[in-house]
Structure formats: C-alpha cells, structure tokens
Ligand binder design. Sequence first.
Ligand code: NAD
Length: 434
Amino acid sequence: MHISIIGSGYVGLVTGACFAELGNHVVCADNDIKKIACLKKGLIPIYEPGLDELIKSNLKKKRLNFTSSIADAVNAGEIIFITVGTPSLENGEADLTGIENVARKIAKNMSGYRLIVEKSTVPVETGAWVKQTVSAYAGKKHKFDVASNPEFLREGQAINDFMHPDRIVLGVESKKAAELLTALYKPLKAPILITDVKSAELIKHASNSFLATKISFINAVSQVCDKVGADVSKVALGMGLDGRIGKDFLNAGLGYGGSCFPKDVDAFIAISEKLGYEFDLLTAVRNINSRQREFFLEKIKNTLWIIKGKTIAVLGVSFKPNTDDIRSSAAVDIIRAIQKEGAKVRVYDPKAMKKAAGALNKTVTFCNDAYSASKGSDCLLVLTDWDEFKELDFLKIKKLLKRPVILDGRNIYDPQEMRKLGFTYESIGRKSKD
Ligand code: NAD
C-alpha cells in the first residue's frame, strides 16, 4: 500500500519504518528541514533500539522515503497518518495547531481519495474538526475519510510494541476506511477493535490516564509505607498477584514523566471540563505525581541537611530507561531544583546526555560513567532505572563518594544489601526497619 506519515518524530518514524518493513511504500514527511536532511542520509535524530537498522534497510530497499514537502507526501499516499506533536498549552488543553495545519495542507494537496488517519494523541472530537477543516479548505472536491488509530507504543521498545501490539484500535466512519486499515494491519495478526471515531479517541486518553492513575495510586501507598515502616514493593507484589489488578505499573518512585502521560492526563481533564464533567480523580492523580518529586527533594534535604555548596552525583536524566527522551522527566525537575538550592551536579546517563545538555543549566558536569559522576560527590541520586545502574561496583562507588549516601528514586536496590555495604540508603516507601 502507499502510505504517508506526516510528523517524523518518535511515533512517525517508528510507524513509517515498521509499515515499510511490512512491505508498504512509505513517505515520511516533516516540516523540520534539518531533520529530513539528516534522515535522507540515514542519520536518525532519536535513540530508539532497532530503529536505526530498520530505517537504513528500508531506505536501501527504496520502500521508505523522506520529504520536507507536505504536498509531496499528500500526493504519495492513499492513507495519510498524522503523527505531529500535540503538546500541552498553559491551561492543560492539547495544542492542536499542528493537526489543523496538516489538515489544511492535506485539503489543498489531495489529488484523489484520501484516508486521513489521526495517530497523534488528540482529545475527543478532534476527528470531527479535522473533517470540517479538510472540507472547508479542499481545493478540488475529492472524497476523503477521517479515522482515528491511536498509537500505544512505548519509547524504548517501540518497534516491538508496534509489531506486536496488544490491540489495534480503528475508529472509522465508513466501510472503505475500515477495509483499508484492516488490510494494512492484517500482517500484524493482532486483535483489531473497530469503533466510531470518538470512542477510539477516548480509548487513548482513557488508557493513558488509567495507567497514570495506577502509578499515582502506588505512589500514594508508598507515602503511607514510608510513614509506617512498611515496604511498598512487597505491598505492590501482593496486590499485583491478584489477576484483577495485575503487577504492571505498580512501581513506586518519582512518578510518571515523558511526553505522553503528563500531557494526556492534563488534556483529558481539560476536555472533560470543557464537555461539562469535572474529572476530580485525574486532578488527584496529577497532584500526587508532582508531590512525589517534592517528597524526594525533602528526602535529599533530610539526608544532606544543607544542599548549598554540596556536589551531587545524578544517575539518569531520561524520563525512563532505554530512551534519550527527557520531556517532562522527573530527573530534569530534580536536577533543576537542587541546582536552584546551590548544589553542583555531576550527571551520567547512558543515552540522554546530549539532549540534557541542551535543556539543563550549563553548570552541570556531564560524566562518562557512574564512577566518574560519583567521584568527590557528597551523595548519589538514582533518578532513572537504567539496567546498567543495577550492576554497579558499589565498593568502588563508596570509595569515590565523599560520603557513602545513596538516594534511590526508583527503588532499584535492596535496602538491606545497601546498608550492609555501609551506605546511608533512602528509597521510596521502603523505610523498613533493619
Ligand atoms: P515528536 O515531537 O517526537 O514528533 C513530532 C514531529 O512532528 C516532529 O518531528 C515535528 O517537527 C513534526 N511536526 C510538528 N508540526 C508539524 C507540521 N505542521 N507539519 C509537519 N511536521 C510537523 O512527537 P512524538 O513523540 O512522535 O508524538 C507524536 C504524537 O504521538 C503525539 O500526539 C503523542 O502524544 C503521540 N504518541 C506519542 C508516543 C510516544 O511514546 N512518543 C506514544 C503514543 C502516542
């Protein structure tokens, strides 16, 4: 099939590369000219395991092309996926200017029937607006359909998620749209749920908000554990063994971050309010999430007393492991907060340092590994749970640190083990008595 993808970021590139890998002819477009120039040369602007190889091999097979001309992309594909960003506005609503802009460009450049598919995460009723916009701006009157096909991939395992999804949701208004999208996704052999457009849009916001709720729930439980001296990881295990609850998304820590959960929770609260429903549950989820970072800062102060003038080693800046994405990363917030208090910060992250260097205050020292970050530091903070941090030589770290103090925001070490090694060790909701 001939497919165009407009917006070549995390979702657009993975979607484009995977559809090409499945044998389709794909054109990926973006209005970032520099990004497209790099992609044409096979230089991938993001870190996502396996993406580099997939793009290069499909470029070679000429099944994947890149363009900065949206008009060319609209011309090339019968099915056009919109995968531009939908960031938060100040008031929490989703900023849909990118979607509207692309809808107008599609309208002006259509040269026959087009199936326009929203893959970006958008509030309910965006499909209706896209349809209205395309009708209003269409140069020649060509038939078109608008569909919603929300994306559920996770950064860090995006290709596997795309190729082996739990479900594919297709919100459609016509038989033709349902047939085209069902045929396109058939090779994945995954369950396909066909709904109306509004329900599909809501499935995405509801799913992400539910997952965020699970995280905030266990973080709230971790606060009670901290106060009473219980272990939240054991509580989570005991809860998760109940099949109705499930063990996923029950890791207490610094809270959720990234480019999706915070903005999608905000956008779901905002659209619900606009429609006349106060989604109080989600407001609480959001508040618990931001308080979790504040609690961690208090833990740092309770351990170090004065932060001003201290050197603090930080492991992890990305919002989660296996990605270089630092958008709404708890680590970035915490680094900024300790810098504001006057700390010198030494950071190590396996993949996100380049992006972090662009976002953080210039006084941060970026280090080659965890050991170099620890050298001469008054304490060590673990802010992202990269696997490589689980296998460090702690006797070496202890010698390098000025004081053997570790504050683990992701609960990746065993408290007893760390104390046995001679560390003052603090984590989240695991203040179990020795
Ligand atoms: P991104 O910022 O990585 O990529 C968006 C791309 O769109 C950028 O390259 C940008 O230059 C381009 N763009 C913006 N406006 C454009 C325009 N008018 N014309 C052409 N290109 C334009 O964002 P992302 O992480 O890929 O997310 C895209 C959408 O997918 C968002 O709505 C997001 O919520 C959703 N989503 C993201 C993930 C994820 O894990 N990143 C998962 C599921 C859904």
